[in-house]
Design a protein around this ligand. Structure first.
Ligand SMILES: [Zn+2]
Length: 430
């Protein structure tokens, strides 16, 4: 049985109050629903709950370009008409609209993932959960696929200060392109994404042939799947691949993106996973007993997203939840049955046994090319990013960078993302 203080859970109700717009599928309200479900099952008694800090612009700029962060900070629905060219450049608009409190929304979900990574680094917990995080499509200089700031990249960069190798696993129905791209050239992060691929499904990347480049060759793994994959095929493939990845790569920490749009009945997804099947993957990863950062991600049928992440919070706490949903503020969303389990969907699985086995063979072959887990030079280095209390407007942003604690850490050099957008990887040819 886990001790209560070994699981950290991050939540700020303000994150659920923003509104992407009437026809937009992303409903942050799903985060409030998840949280109330977690509370109604009494799971808060088994873990430590924290309100995350709001990430500072300079923390966001550890990955994102300063001009992009500054623009997100500045832009409002009322002023956006003055910045047509910037909106285009930063890909803001239809998919990624400018709404009230957009920047604060980013600060909260990114702050949660950063706090989660730091608590894992300091060994003050074994598992850290931030359901508001997991926005895997955001790029260094632009928004993409409802994602503005890539909290996963920021969290992984933080973990790399203490861990030689970090494993990123993504079970969202969409390819984890932003995270893959950020670490495409390094062996210090292995990214493994299971996603729908083909038929022009967003974002269009994530071919099995994309395996990383230069130092990062063989350290990106893509598992492209077709419509209707069911629990049995998905979990079998997931367990086989992840077991081999962990055995080969020996990660010091794992980041698990639990996008719930891979569930059956998702408004945008096309897989046929049940909540049990989805949660089985979380259970499997937890069993390795490696420091684990768990985030949310996509998920557009909000009552099922809430069910799924509540069940998975239970899994991480070794607690099975009764099927009947206890009364809570949002109980009416779970009508008519008021249960956690959702009946299975009758749907063809377009992933044949032959197809799945060929995927498995190719991934295993790629993993065999990795001789052993890569090491890293251990040096004394810049410690945790420490920002003292201050009035945001008073200080020159450059001065804030000088504030460091003096911990001993692994050197993080700038090998992850080169920042130039004109390399082969970024021109859309892969
Ligand atoms: Zn998604």
């Amino acid at each position: 049985m886990l001790e209560k203080d070994r699981i950290s859970y991050f939540y700020d109700g303000d994150v659920g109050n923003v509104y992407f717009g009437p026809n937009h599928p992303m409903k942050p309200h799903r985060l409030c629903m998840t949280h109330h479900l977690v509370l109604s099952y009494g799971l808060h008694k088994k873990m430590e709950i924290y309100r995350p800090h709001k990430a500072y612009p300079i923390e966001l700029a550890q990955f994102h370009s300063a001009d992009y962060v500054e623009f997100l900070h500045r832009i409002t629905p009322d002023t956006q008409h003055l910045y047509a060219s910037e909106l285009t450049r930063y890909n803001l608009g239809e998919d990624c609209p400018v709404f009230d409190n957009l920047f604060e929304f980013c600060q909260i979900y990114a702050g949660g993932t950063l706090d989660a990574a730091r608590r894992l680094n300091h060994k003050t917990c074994d598992i850290a959960i931030n359901w508001a995080g997991g926005l895997h499509h955001a790029k260094k200089c632009e928004a993409s696929g409802f994602c503005y700031i890539n909290d996963l990249v920021l969290g992984i960069l933080e973990l790399l200060k203490y861990h030689a190798r970090v494993l990123y696993i993504d079970i969202d129905v969409h390819h984890g392109d932003g995270v893959e791209e950020a670490f495409y050239f390094t062996d210090r992060v292995m990214t493994v994404s299971f996603h729908k691929y083909g038929d022009l499904f967003f974002p269009g990347t994530g071919d099995i042939k994309d395996i990383g480049e230069r130092e990062g060759k063989y350290y990106a793994i893509n598992i492209p799947l077709k419509d209707g994959i069911d629990d049995a095929s998905f979990t079998r493939l997931f367990k086989t691949i992840i077991a081999k990845v962990v055995e080969t790569y020996l990660p010091g920490a794992i980041v698990l993106q639990c996008g719930a749009d891979s569930l059956a009945r998702d408004r945008l997804g096309c897989f046929n996973l049940s909540i049990e099947g989805h949660a089985e993957c979380v259970k499997f990863v937890k069993k390795f007993n490696i420091p684990l950062l768990v985030t949310g991600g996509g998920g557009y049928t909000k009552e099922n997203v809430a069910r799924c992440w509540a069940v998975e919070t239970g899994v991480l706490l070794d607690t099975e939840l009764p099927n009947e949903i206890p009364n809570n503020e949002y109980i009416e969303y779970f009508a008519p049955d008021y249960t956690l389990k959702v009946p299975n969907l009758n749907m063809d699985n377009l992933n044949s046994k032959t197809y799945l086995s060929s995927i498995k063979v190719q991934v295993m072959e790629s993993l065999r090319s990795i001789q052993h887990a890569p090491g890293v030079q251990m040096q004394e280095v810049p410690p945790d990013f420490y920002i003292p209390d201050f009035d945001e407007d008073e200080l020159d942003p450059d001065e804030r960078v000088d504030q460091h604690t003096q911990d001993k850490q692994i050197h993080r050099d700038d090998e992850y993302y080169e920042g130039d957008n004109d390399n082969d990887h970024d021109d859309g040819t892969r």
